[in-house]
Design a protein around this ligand. Structure first.
Ligand code: GFB
Length: 318
């Protein structure tokens, strides 16, 4: 493909109120395209007729599928039906209705948890479907793998230019800070902030602290998605990450430095560790000309600032 020129195009960002969707909207606002979003309550992405009507009415030229049911290790582990059903419905409805309405360009988003639990690290795109998944998030992973396959199937059967990007663990403004359902970075930010504020000597950290994760700021992620929309066409999905990982203990220490907390961490090994290591190989994106720019410490600092400014309005934060 020669490239997809965004100029004058109508781009529907499905999931524009979420962390990723809102970052994509911010990023697209710097392009000369028209951003299409759904007014709250107008479209239920789990209902085929609702999605079909919306796409037929709005006639977008391209779609970013940033809508998903997402959550941290505990939410994934305890709400398997929601994570499988909601995600299958959302992606199948959007991708099929896009095809029916002749929308030829679509970027689907998945997650680094699509790869086998013990995939060789850093994980290359071709590690997909080479081994068993991590049990805490296999429901979500199966749904996201189905999304990649849908894009490939509509490309193969109908010639649709649908592509998939797999972001690693994300964080940033508009993240979920609710301790029961959030990912580790916002969860530790809340816990360490609260311990600092109350003078608590310790902070509980789930698991052993030894698993390693890669964290991508959502503004980098949005930039990568727009880059892919403009310049990539192909059946194979692309990893979107930094290529750098840290242990959960190191992450906690970085957040503590930002917050100014000097207490200790207590590791709760009754909680699951999940995958031992989840680091992306990002060579393909680099070869295409893109790489992440925001170092983790800078991202933690600006996200903490955002948290302090917005915490009163956040769900599940006291
Ligand atoms: O971010 P997280 O929930 O998800 O957890 P995954 C990462 C690691 O941090 C695990 C530990 O080893 C957790 O045990 N951890 C320590 C904590 N303290 C906490 C805490 O207070 N809250 C949380 N949530 N974790 C998810 C998948 O896996 O990653 C999803 O379940 C998705 O499907 C997402 O792919 C990106 O990285 O383990």
């Amino acid at each position: 493909m020669a490239g997809f020129d965004l100029k004058g195009k109508r781009i529907w960002v499905a999931g524009d109120r979420g962390m990723v969707g809102s970052a994509v909207v911010r990023r697209l606002a710097t392009e000369s395209c028209e951003i299409v979003t759904a007014v709250r309550g107008r479209v239920d992405l789990r209902r085929q007729d609702s999605v079909e009507r919306f796409i037929a009415d709005e006639k977008p030229d391209a779609i970013v599928v940033a809508a998903a049911k997402v959550g941290g290790i505990l939410a994934n582990d305890t709400r398997p039906a929601e994570f499988l059903y909601d995600n299958l419905m959302i992606e199948a409805n959007i991708i099929h209705a896009a095809h029916q309405n002749d929308v030829n360009r679509l970027v689907f988003l998945g997650s680094s948890c699509i790869y086998p639990k013990f995939a060789p690290q850093p994980m290359t795109e071709d590690a997909l479907l080479t081994g068993p998944l991590e049990s805490t998030n296999e429901w979500y992973a199966i749904a996201k793998i189905a999304g990649i396959k849908l894009c490939q199937a509509y490309r193969k059967q109908y010639g649709r230019d649908y592509v998939s990007a797999m972001p690693t663990n994300l964080y940033g403004p508009n993240d979920n800070f609710d301790l029961q359902s959030s990912h580790v970075l916002p969860a530790l930010m809340v816990k360490i902030h609260d311990a600092h504020a109350s003078g608590a000597p310790t902070v509980p950290v789930w698991g052993t602290g030894t698993p390693r994760r890669e964290f991508l700021h959502v503004d980098d992620c949005a930039d990568g998605i727009v880059f892919i929309m403009k310049s990539y066409s192909g059946a194979e999905h692309l990893n979107l990450g930094t290529g750098v990982d840290v242990s959960i203990r190191e992450l906690a220490e970085s957040i503590a430095r930002t917050v100014g907390y000097r207490g200790e961490f207590v590791f709760d090994t009754s909680k699951p560790d999940g995958t031992p290591r989840k680091l992306m190989n990002v060579d393909r994106m680099k070869a295409l000309g893109w790489q992440a720019r925001i170092p983790l410490d800078d991202g933690i600092r600006t996200t903490y600032q955002w948290f302090l400014e917005n915490r009163r309005a956040l769900r599940g934060v006291a």
